[in-house]
Write a protein that binds this ligand. Structure first.
Ligand code: ATP
Ligand code: MG
Length: 437
């Protein structure tokens, strides 16, 4: 029995702002999403990688980039009190994956296709679709240089979203070329922005020399028309870069993916080159980017590895699930096959032995449990059985147990049909409780 507390209540504690509990009513959607992901990843031959949530701060300063929003203002960076190490809760997982690939020489025998799912942390202003702890699904292809892998990754994201039943998602893409092309464009960009210095906001002024490309990313309406007229990186691309980009577009079209080029799509991270892309919906307001990614051929070297081409994307899981909700896609919320009603405490020994076998046979069973008020009447147990969504009630009453049987009552088909089965041979009738596949 649980002792009832007599002392006055202690103060409640709450979750950190912007960090959410995912409760069972929602987590069934998450589990379903994760199953779809695994199934698509297997079909595309991408394998799972799990890296630590805490990494050295230097990984993101170098990898994500010093002048990015993430590193400038969104990182949960702290000093380990015990040894003074500078650590950070990962704001994204691409640098972690690349660090692990370098550390374990993962690409020594050829390219690797990887995916991950897990929490990321960014100190942002919490709002719909923007949280301080959020979950990303990511896919990374390491060691492949060709445009066909850029297309493969985009097709993977596209196929995953289709398999989930999401619709109306736009694909935008752009090419950032190679470093020398970006340099030439950068000079032209700085000259252009200097000519319009009076129109630049404080953020843009700060970025003018540090990272002028990012000014193209600005959402400030007052700067839109000026930014729209800025020199386009696409005009600075040489033939090999253009060919890479054209092949990606051709492959996407051949596979039925509609796309559009957005010359202002530069992505917020420093490590991108060649193809960059986003999957966007108009149904989630300002937080409409579901998935973003691109090629990052320079990142391995930036993190101390050998030159290794790579490409990948990250997808915000909350945003995808929110879109599914908005679009009314319902997926199956798992109910147990059966609910075990146990009339008296003395029945648990027999009931639990039987449930053990049923579960081993693959049946999902929820067992009635006593509360502070005790076992509850059979009637109240039936109410619980109903609420559980189970299709059958298994009744372990004193009469049943005396006769060595269990009564099975149908709860969902309106028939109320009842039959008895042998208690000592559950494997003979386990199948009859399972839903047809
Ligand atoms: P945004 O422009 O919305 O801030 P981002 O460019 O910072 O996105 P990425 O770093 O590319 O985002 O992350 C990939 C995906 O992760 C985003 O497209 C989005 O779906 C999701 N995401 C990013 N930040 C958050 C957040 N704070 N909360 C929830 N999801 C997020
Ligand atoms: Mg962001």
């Amino acid at each position: 029995m649980v002792e009832k507390s007599t002392s006055s209540r202690v103060e409640k504690l709450y979750a950190v702002k912007g960090m959410n509990d995912i409760l069972p009513s929602d987590s069934s959607h998450w589990e379903w999403f994760e199953e779809q992901v695994r199934s698509q990843m297997v079909r595309h031959a991408y394998r799972n990688i799990r890296t630590p949530i805490v990494e050295p701060t230097a990984l993101f300063v170098r990898g994500t980039g010093e002048t990015t929003d993430i590193v400038e203002k969104e990182m949960y960076a702290f000093e380990d009190k015990l040894n003074g190490e500078a650590l950070t809760l990962r704001p994204e997982n691409t640098p972690g994956v690349v660090r692990a690939a370098i550390e374990h020489n993962l690409t020594y025998d050829g390219g690797k296709r990887l995916y991950y799912m897990g929490p990321m942390f960014r100190h942002e202003r919490p709002q719909r679709g923007r949280y301080r702890q959020f979950y990303q699904l990511g896919a990374e292809a390491l060691g492949f240089a060709g445009p066909e892998i850029d297309a493969e990754l985009m097709l993977l994201a596209h196929q995953l979203l289709s398999s989930l039943g999401v619709h109306g998602v736009r694909v935008e893409l752009n090419s950032l070329g190679v470093a020398s092309e970006r340099h030439a464009h950068r000079a032209a960009l700085i000259a252009y922005f200097q000519k319009h210095a009076d129109m630049l906001d404080a953020d843009a002024k700060r970025r003018l020399h540090a990272n002028p490309l990012r000014i193209l990313d600005s959402k400030n309406p007052a700067m839109q028309s000026m930014v729209d007229q800025a020199p386009q990186l696409l005009d600075f691309l040489g033939d090999p870069s253009m060919k890479h980009f054209d092949t990606v577009k051709t492959l996407l079209s051949a596979c039925g993916v509609q796309w559009s080029v957005n010359p202002r799509l530069v992505r917020g991270l420093d490590y991108y080159s060649h193809t960059v892309f986003e999957f966007i919906t108009d149904e989630l307001g300002a937080q409409g980017t579901l998935c973003g990614g691109g090629r990052y051929d320079g990142l391995f070297e930036l993190l101390g590895g050998k030159p290794t081409p790579a490409v990948g994307w990250g997808m915000g899981i909350e945003r995808v699930l929110e879109l599914l909700k908005v679009q009314g896609c319902s997926n199956v919320i798992a109910s147990p096959d059966a609910y075990a009603i146990v009339a008296e405490c003395g029945g648990f020994s027999v009931a639990m032995q039987c449930l053990r076998v049923l579960r081993a046979e693959g049946v999902s069973v929820q067992m009635h449990g006593s509360t502070l008020e005790g076992m509850g009447s059979i009637k109240s147990q039936f109410k619980r059985a109903d609420a559980s969504g189970a299709r059958f009630a298994l009744i372990f009453g004193p009469d049943e147990i005396a006769q060595g049987v269990v009564t099975i009552k149908s709860l969902r088909d309106g028939s109320g049909a009842q039959l008895t089965q042998a208690l000592n041979q559950p494997s003979l009738w386990a199948r009859s409780l399972q839903s047809p596949a």
